[in-house]
Design a protein around this ligand. Structure first.
Ligand code: MG
Ligand code: ZN
Length: 217
């Protein structure tokens, strides 16, 4: 019985996720779900990304338990930004994203970024209607996290090793990350970037431009 209840939660979520995806498809917007631990640099990544891609081409839904701090940071760019406060919720649900979408004007947008709640575990289990999934791992978190939190990285379409400007200062072996990834996800590229120094950032922008929404047919 208990299993049935859990299944129905995911079924209900998946149905709304499908509606979100249909909405983005109709508008020709690529929906990108960013997931990582708190402090991996999701917001800093987006600050720079919005400027580089053009603020009017992008919108952001940003999830946090509390505060509008990230929305304030991202809003500086001039992009449309909606903050979703989850209260005690440790991930975004498709229904919350649907609500956020209703606050946005998708006309003329190319990219909709969803900054998920900082959490390496359950966000990976919830389809929000995104087209692509991005997993971030920052150098200060340590090179053992891909093996430990494998579900996040297994389902990702691209993996960003962030804050690589700190590589020299910390004991972090990128080879260990590559080795762990080779066992669980061989299709997603691993991009080494620093949103602060700009190192490798063009690879992330190239990836986004390549994945730019194209109708399936
Ligand atoms: Mg953030
Ligand atoms: Zn959760």
């Amino acid at each position: 019985m208990k299993i049935k209840v859990v299944e129905s939660v995911f079924q209900a979520n998946d149905a709304v996720a499908g509606e979100n995806r249909a909405l983005a498809d109709k508008a020709g917007v690529l929906m990108v779900n960013l997931m990582s631990a708190p402090g991996s640099g999701k917001t800093t990544l987006l600050e720079r990304t919005l400027v580089e891609l053009g603020p009017k081409n992008c919108a952001v839904l940003v999830g946090d338990l509390q505060t509008v701090r990230d929305a304030e940071r991202l809003g500086v760019s001039g992009s449309q930004v909606v903050q979703i406060n989850t209260g005690r919720g440790c991930h975004l649900s498709a229904a919350q994203v649907a609500q956020g979408l209703s606050e946005l004007d998708l006309t003329g947008l190319s990219y909709l970024f969803i900054e998920n709640v900082g959490n390496m575990v359950c966000p990976a289990s919830f389809d929000l209607g995104e087209h692509k999934r991005v997993a971030l791992l920052s150098v200060p978190e340590g090179d053992d996290k891909v093996a430990k939190y494998w579900t996040l990285f297994q389902g990702a379409d691209v993996i960003l090793l962030s804050k690589i400007d700190l590589l020299g200062a910390l004991d972090f072996d990128p080879e260990r990350v590559r080795d762990d990834l080779s066992k669980i996800n061989t299709h997603a590229p691993l991009l080494e970037i620093s949103a602060k120094s700009g190192q490798g950032f063009h690879n992330w922008l190239d990836w986004l431009r390549k994945e730019h929404y194209t109708p399936t047919e």
